[in-house]
Design a protein around this ligand. Structure first.
Ligand code: HEM
Length: 542
């Protein structure tokens, strides 16, 4: 009986394969990079890349849409950097429901944060987005600036203290670690009035775990993990939840035990905070942090935006991941670039000093920060040059045709201006390739050059993305909801740090690489086990 069932199943798989081979739209004529791994295909190359520029390099060889060799158990995969194709996928009419986040990836979001906005699709996603949107408007974000300021001042005082202890005017600091602590402390306060204690070096169990959770999960992505990820797409989410949260698989995914503990701890703390806050709200509390906005929005009985308590906890956990490492790493990369280009750093310090001279000792307002052209140019250029999220993962629910902004040449020599793709194609929407496309950003697209933003004529005419025509915050209905928050935090921290300190590369410093741990993190070659490191000489500014 069992052998008959197996034979039947095998016959079904073969028949399905043959049927799809002859009826499916074929991507065989599309160019693409060769693969060294039959198990993990080119996907492992994307994760193992330590330059953060693989997508841009491939683009220059294979064009703006290329075929990838997917990992085993996945039929079709492409990498897209073409502006018109990305516009169609992210901002085209009805695109959010035709191009979904690939299921294996929202399963990962579910593992890391529970039933959050990153782990849901369709109408449920719309409800989640509507439920948290009240926390991310312009006035709500601007109201957070005093907290950003206070923590930036605290970070500066810490560094002053360390430099004083060194009895000189400088010290070599792992700026990555410090910025991460500052970002976590900021997030704790503005999100749910919680003291993570990072800068005070009195860490809570949660603050110790959070900065490395992405690293533990994705830091050294192996072929086995990618195969597992591929299998996930065929498994119902409820089973995945059980396997990821409870099943004994710590041997296959070593980071998972760690992630599970972090999840439990964060859920416990957040549930307690929600209970306390509800009580305070019933007594008239009007705190305007992210949790306050979400809970207040949840008071309405509107089913199109109402979130359950578990969903609110998941949302806050997701926001912690989405909002902390992304901003922290972007700022760290900005300091790295400014250390490499001291002349830009000096000009920026002059711009900040001039703005400060008009403030009579007061803190910068959002208008002051907006009015500094070089500061904003450095931020945009860092977001363009080192996007911390390198790929967005999408999958099309129906056969579709991607429009292309410029023709691509197929293996057969034919040139096409649009590309039919079969249903279920894994689409790697590559941010670095788009952000470094010379047709959009000029022949020096591969060079860090904030000047390009000071010349309005150079700004790309393509209208894609949430900010500055960049793909860094993604785009459309699932684009980054926290981009204003991130930009304001970058403006605030960068202006405070550059005003007070000079940054330089250490002499004979180690080789720093861009490790792709879902967020692009600085690591020292050969020292991955030590986690993110970016040693810079930090000197009191003259
Ligand atoms: C430099 C900093 C940041 C970068 C580069 C960044 C990037 C991104 C990207 C690329 C996505 C979209 C992924 C996709 O389309 O599949 C995204 C989504 C998201 N981000 Fe950010 N992010 C940053 C900061 C933040 C901050 C500060 C917050 C919150 C405080 C935040 C909250 C979110 C949320 C909630 C989503 C999911 C949106 C949805 O599914 O509708 N992000 N972010």
């Amino acid at each position: 009986m069992i052998s008959q069932a197996l034979q039947l199943a095998a016959a079904f798989v073969v028949a399905r394969y043959i049927y799809r081979k002859f009826t499916q739209i074929s991507l065989a004529d599309l160019q693409g990079p060769p693969s060294k791994s039959w198990l993990a295909g080119n996907i492992i190359d994307l994760f193992a890349d330590s330059t953060g520029m693989l997508g841009a390099r491939w683009q220059s060889v294979y064009g703006t849409v290329m075929k990838l060799n997917p990992q085993i158990f996945t039929e079709n995969a492409i990498l897209v950097t073409d502006p018109a194709a990305l516009h169609y996928i992210f901002q085209g009419e009805g695109s959010a429901s035709r191009f979904i986040r690939a299921p294996e990836w929202y399963a990962m979001a579910d593992l890391l944060a529970g039933q959050c906005i990153g782990a849901v699709e369709g109408e449920v996603h719309k409800r989640h987005r509507k439920g948290i949107r009240p926390a991310f408007g312009v006035p709500e974000t601007r109201a957070l600036l005093p907290v950003f300021n206070a923590i930036a001042q605290k970070l500066c005082e810490k560094w002053e203290g360390i430099i004083a202890l060194e009895r000189g005017d400088s010290a070599v600091l792992n700026v990555s670690e410090w910025i991460s602590k500052a970002a976590l402390d900021t997030f704790g306060e503005v999100a749910f009035d919680y003291q993570f204690g990072g800068l005070d070096e009195k860490p809570t169990p949660l603050s110790q775990a959070m900065p490395t959770v992405l690293l533990e999960t994705f830091g050294t992505t192996s072929a086995a993990q990618l195969v597992l990820l591929s299998i996930l797409q065929y498994v119902p989410l409820s089973l995945i939840r059980y396997v990821l949260n409870d099943a004994p698989i710590t041997g296959i995914l070593p980071g998972i035990g760690y992630v599970r503990n972090t999840n439990k701890e964060s859920e416990r703390i957040l549930r307690e905070l929600i209970v306390d806050r509800r009580k305070m709200m019933s007594e008239g509390d009007k705190k305007k942090d992210i949790m306050g906005h979400i809970l207040r929005a949840g008071l309405s009985e509107d089913p199109t935006s109402k979130l359950t308590d578990y969903e609110i906890v998941s949302e806050l956990r997701f926001l912690l991941l989405a909002g902390q490492e992304t901003s922290a790493n972007t700022l760290t990369w900005a300091l790295w670039e400014l250390a490499k280009y001291p002349e830009i750093q000096t000009k920026l310090r002059e711009e900040i000093a001039e703005a400060r001279s008009n403030k009579a000792g007061k803190d910068f307002t959002t208008q002051d920060l907006q009015a500094m052209p070089l500061l904003n140019a450095v931020i945009k250029e860092t977001l363009r040059f080192t996007p911390v999220v390198q790929n967005m993962f999408r999958e099309n629910l129906t056969d579709d045709v991607l429009p292309l902004s410029s023709p691509i040449t197929l293996k057969s020599g034919r040139s096409v201006k649009e590309l039919p793709i079969p249903k279920g194609t894994k689409i790697y929407c590559n941010v670095t390739g788009y952000n470094m496309n010379p047709a959009l950003w000029g022949e020096d697209a591969h060079v860090f050059n904030p000047q390009r933003w000071l010349n309005q004529d150079n700004e790309s005419s393509n209208t894609l993305g949430m900010y500055a025509n960049l793909m860094t915050f993604s785009a459309g209905a699932k684009g980054c909801i926290g981009w204003r928050f991130a930009v304001m935090q970058l403006q605030n921290l960068l202006s405070e740090l550059i005003e007070k300190f000079e940054f330089a590369l250490p002499e004979k410093g180690p080789k720093v690489v861009r490790a792709n741990c879902m967020a692009t993190q600085p690591m020292i070659e050969g020292q991955y086990e030590k986690g993110p490191q970016l040693p810079l000489v930090v000197r009191r500014a003259a």
